[in-house]
Design a protein. Sequence first.
Length: 105
Amino acid sequence: MGSITPTLEIAALDFIPRKEVEALAAAGLRLAGDLLDWLPRRYEDRRRFDAFPTYASATAVCLRGMVIDAKKSGFGGRRMFYEAVVVDSTGGVFGGGKITLRWFN
């Protein structure tokens, strides 16, 4: 394998699968140098956990808790979702924070 320069096309790199090359191109990344300038949208420090929220917010939080209930449900034919109820470890079901998580499709 030769050296990789910032002006080298990603498609010319044989160790990157074709599907990944197409996904990178769709994101506007065509050259190897483009990968160096591509930064994540946000950084999440998962070493620190936030307190359970008391109200809805658009701000992302990192929580740690215990799953007390989980189920797979559906509505309207083939549309499914998975739901889990998580409580913080300090107060239990009635005394602490509780949050319901839903994953669709």
